[in-house]
Design a protein around this ligand. Structure first.
Ligand code: ADP
Length: 444
């Protein structure tokens, strides 16, 4: 830099001296200096023009700068060096982008980049196949191409913790799992996965459990019938009487297990919207309380029910009854005789709430997150003794999910438990005058 500047200053000094001497010799000092200055300005313009031309040509192709000396040489060299650096950096970035695109193109999962306004920016080959995106779709809103209301709700909710499963457009037997991830300044990355195989396997599993449970019912009914007939025989020896009693108990347990398995598979497979109507809660809970009093029998638990008389929920009576009675019956099973059990139902701005509070054995909090898993038991010997199947809370959870509700458990060992069912405000029916359905007769 300094060399360029000093060379330029030397050049100007020598040029000014020449002009000065020429001016003095010719006796036209002022004119000579003016002419010299003008020539210098013209030369500077010429350099600027050369620089401009080179810059314009350089934008199209990489070209060495024109020869120049002094400060102009330095400027041209500096610009050229910077240009080279930028070109190198650009090439590197282009290679990274090309590599990224090659990698994502090789994904079996569809990837779609959506900008902050919800418009499609980029997608890979698999997204083209799974979602049917085409070249001309770039820049258009993603929800124009995935019109499923569940996806639109998910896309607009901003809550992307869990993926959403959808049938593929126009192909009902194909299932897609969509997971959105936020990044940058409001941009979103949609990952679409074909889960048809998993979905079919899951459907096969559900069908298998449902079929096996139904198939087991008939032989078990026959066995129970014969056991009952044999039990009536007074000539049997005490050894056989004992064996028969045990067989009867085990066949009853098996019946309960099969009934619970059937309930669970119905909850998994049936359309959630089926049988949904406005349910009057108070009569439902009165019925459950009466059943629970009978179940408690000589153990004489003190059950109390607090429920607003005009409480209504939009849902399935059968499923709600199943969920509520499982919780009330569990409270009886896991509480000492004579203890209190409170059943409450109330509504507020957050929705509707059902709770069962007992003074029973309680549960260590480490077990709570796993309680709704099938066959998970805190203490299997106690659970077996109480006649439990290990499916009760799984049924409760499934029934609640179908009502957009959540199960909340608060418990400490030896200090009793509280089981809450929290229903969102959308499930509460405020004006029920026209749409309450009378309770169905008991199904036992
Ligand atoms: P089970 O048929 O064995 O009762 P559930 O799914 O209904 O199965 O309950 C799972 C486990 O949760 C039970 O084995 C029991 O240990 C525990 N549990 C459920 N309800 C209560 C309660 N009210 N008090 C104490 N423990 C409970």
């Amino acid at each position: 830099m300094l060399t360029g500047y000093s060379a330029e200053i030397r050049r100007i000094t020598i040029y000014a001296a020449i002009c000065l001497v020429s001016g003095l010799v010719s006796g036209q000092l002022a004119w000579t200096l003016a002419l010299g200055g003008g020539l210098y300005i013209a030369w500077t313009f010429w350099q600027i023009r050369r620089l401009d031309r080179w810059l314009s040509a350089g934008r199209k192709r990489s070209q060495a700068p024109p020869e120049a000396s002094g400060v102009w040489g330095d400027i041209l060299d500096n610009i050229y060096r910077q240009q080279q650096r930028h070109r190198k950096e650009k090439r590197r970035l282009q290679q990274v982008i090309a590599r990224m695109q090659e990698t994502t193109a090789a994904f079996a999962d569809g990837v779609v980049v959506v900008d902050a306004r919800g418009n499609i920016e980029w997608w890979n080959k698999s997204a083209e196949l799974l979602l049917g995106l085409q070249q001309q779709d770039a820049g258009h809103p993603l929800v124009n191409y995935i019109r499923n209301p569940r996806f639109i709700g998910y896309f607009e909710s901003g809550d992307y913790r869990l993926p959403v499963d959808l049938p593929a457009a126009g192909e009902n037997d194909k299932r897609l799992q969509c997971q959105i991830n936020s990044f940058g300044q409001g941009e979103r990355l949609l990952v679409v996965r074909d889960v048809t195989r998993l979905y079919r396997l899951e459907a096969m599993r559900k069908d298998f459990v449902a079929n096996v449970s139904h198939e087991l019912r008939t032989p078990l009914t026959v066995i129970r019938g014969y056991l009952e007939t044999l039990g009536d025989n007074e000539d049997l020896s005490p050894v056989w009487q004992k064996a028969l009693t045990q067989m009867q108990q085990q066949s009853e347990r098996m019946t309960a297990l099969i009934n619970d398995l059937i309930t669970l598979s119905t909850l998994e497979t049936d359309d959630p919207e089926r049988d949904q109507r406005c349910i009057a809660i108070e009569p439902l809970l009165l019925m459950i309380k009466a059943d629970a009093d009978a179940f408690s029998g000589e153990r004489d638990h003190r059950l109390t029910l607090n429920c607003e008389s005009n409480s209504y929920l939009h849902g399935s009576e059968k499923e709600l009854r199943s969920a509520f009675s499982n919780l009330v019956f569990n409270a009886i099973k896991y509480s000492p005789p004579g203890s209190s059990i409170n059943i409450d139902f109330w509504t507020d701005d957050n929705g509707a709430h059902f709770s069962v509070t007992d003074e029973g054995v309680g549960i260590d909090p480490i077990h709570i997150p796993r309680l709704t898993e099938r066959f998970y038991r805190v203490d299997s010997s106690r659970s077996n003794a109480s006649g439990g199947t290990g499916l009760g809370l799984a049924i409760v959870k499934h029934a609640l999910v179908r009502h957009d509700a959540q199960l909340q458990i608060e418990s400490q060992p030896g200090q009793g438990s509280v089981f809450f069912c929290r229903f969102p405000p959308g499930r509460v029916v405020r004006n029920s005058a026209d749409n309450v359905t009378p309770l169905h007769s008991r199904t036992g």
